[in-house]
Each structure stands twice: as C-alpha cells, then as structure tokens.
Design a protein around this ligand. Structure first.
Ligand code: R5P
Length: 260
C-alpha cells in the first residue's frame, strides 16, 4: 500500500484507536431533500466538531460546506436512481469521475453495491472499475452494501455482501447491523462501519452502535439517527463516546440527555 493510500486511510480511521465516527449526509442523491437535511449546511455545522469524517455528495460539498472546513471527506461517487424508481432502486453506477473526486480533495470515495438483485452485476462491476481508478491515485474506496427490498438484513446476507466487497477490493465496508454481527465482522478482512438506517429512538440507536462496536465494527457511518434526532449535537456526542471512549449505552444516553 502506498503512502497516499495509507495517509488517506488514517484520515478516515483514526490511528489513535483505529475507530471512526462518520457523519453520513449523502441521502439527497436518491432521496432529495431528506427530513433534517433541507438546509444541509446549517444541520451539519454544529455537528462537525464531533465527526471524524463527513460523507456526502459533490453537490452538497460544493453548495453547503465552506472549502476551509477542516474535516476529511468521504465522497459518494455512485448513484443514478431515485426512491421513486422502486424496481431499480439502488441500481447504481458512477456519478462522479475520479478526477473530480481528486479536485475536491477527498480522503475516500463511497460506492454502493446491491448483491442479490437482478442488476447486481452492474453495481459490482461499477464498483470494481472505480476501485481500479481510485487505486491508481491512492484513494480508499468504502463499499456500501445496500439492502434492497426482499433481501434480509441478516448475518448470512450481510456477511456474503461484505465479504464480496472486500474480496473485490474495497478498503472499508459499510453495512447494516444485525443479530450475530460478529459473523459479518469475522468473515470480512477489511474494517467495517455500520449505517444507522431509519430513525429509531435514541436509546435504541445508541445500543445498536454499542453492539456493533462490541462485535468488532470500527465505527459508524450514521446519518438519520443523528440529524433527525430531536437533539443532533447530543446524539453525535453520545455516539462519539461509544466509539472513542468505550462508553456504555447507558452512559452515552446520559450524554445525550445532558446535552438537552
Ligand atoms: C445510503 O446508501 C446512504 O449512504 C446513507 O448515507 C447511509 O445509509 C447512512 O445513513 P443512515 O444512517 O441514515 O442509514
């Protein structure tokens, strides 16, 4: 692995503890003005001091984030379908060239694959082509193992998709938490972060983050459970305590409540 790749990876996964809190606000690329992100810049600004990495689209980066902002960027580079297109949901391809990713000075790129759908091959080959390009410039690729309708969020499916992403060359895998999550982590040779998924009560989201870390995940790439919380700053502080300070769910929930 070359110096540039190692350096960028160390901007994503913090060397002091090998963990990361990624704040995901890339939802607009297929969901439009998602609740909480109508004015993405305003939502994100107070959360930045507690995030290690910001994951978003190039349009959001250009329009909502001042260029002098000091935070590593994980740029979403796949897309192409919307939530209105149910049969093709997450049938994604490349939507940002590697040149533009470099121009935006990103520390990593994110590409979604959808294992198990009739169009899985398109998304997988799209990702591997992007990995080849990103490797050329030392840019890490985070594979997002999206889950489509009818595909179970269980350890069998998620370990299949995560292992595939890793074997195909992804540097980090983002997947969903599930029961027996240790199986997903143990069979995946690259670091795993979990997505938060749909908004759930704060206590439950913190428990999920804790369980994922206990099972071996190196952090979270969480969106709605932070920015749709009644208290986003309290929530990201609580998540951060779980990831970087080994806080228990109870301690973290207290941090969330104190922030109110
Ligand atoms: C989905 O593919 C997007 O990458 C989201 O950013 C991701 O699912 C994380 O956000 P959330 O925690 O809201 O699920």
């Amino acid at each position: 692995m070359d110096w540039g790749m190692k350096n960028r990876l160390s901007r994503i996964i913090k060397p002091k503890d090998g963990r990361t809190v990624m704040l995901a606000v890339d939802h607009g690329y297929f969901m439009g003005p998602t609740t909480g992100l109508e004015n993405l810049g305003e939502t994100v600004k107070p959360l930045l001091p507690y995030a290690d990495v910001l994951m978003l689209t190039r349009g959001a980066l250009r329009h909502y984030i001042p260029p002098e902002t000091d935070i590593p960027i994980c740029l979403r580079v796949s897309g192409g379908t919307s939530i209105l297109n149910e049969t093709n949901l997450l049938h994604e391809g490349t939507v940002v060239s590697i040149e533009d990713a470099i121009r935006l000075n990103v520390s990593a790129v994110a590409f979604s694959i959808l294992v198990g759908q009739p169009f899985e091959r398109d998304t997988i080959l799209g990702m591997t082509e992007y990995i080849d390009e990103a490797n050329r410039y030392g840019i890490p690729v985070l594979a997002v193992t999206a889950v489509g309708r009818g595909l179970g969020k269980d350890a069998k499916y998620l370990s299949l998709a995560s292992r595939m992403a890793a074997e195909l060359g992804a540097n980090i895998v983002k997947t969903y938490y599930c029961e027996n999550f240790e199986k997903v982590v143990e069979t995946c040779p690259v670091p795993i972060v979990i997505a938060g998924g749909k908004k759930i009560p704060e206590k439950e989201a913190l428990q999920m983050a804790y369980n994922a870390l206990q099972a071996g995940a190196i952090g979270v790439d969480m969106g709605r459970n932070i920015f749709q919380s009644e208290n986003p700053a309290g929530m990201i502080k609580a998540v951060r305590a779980i990831v970087h300070e080994n806080a228990t769910p109870k301690e973290a929930y207290q941090i969330f409540k104190n922030e109110k």
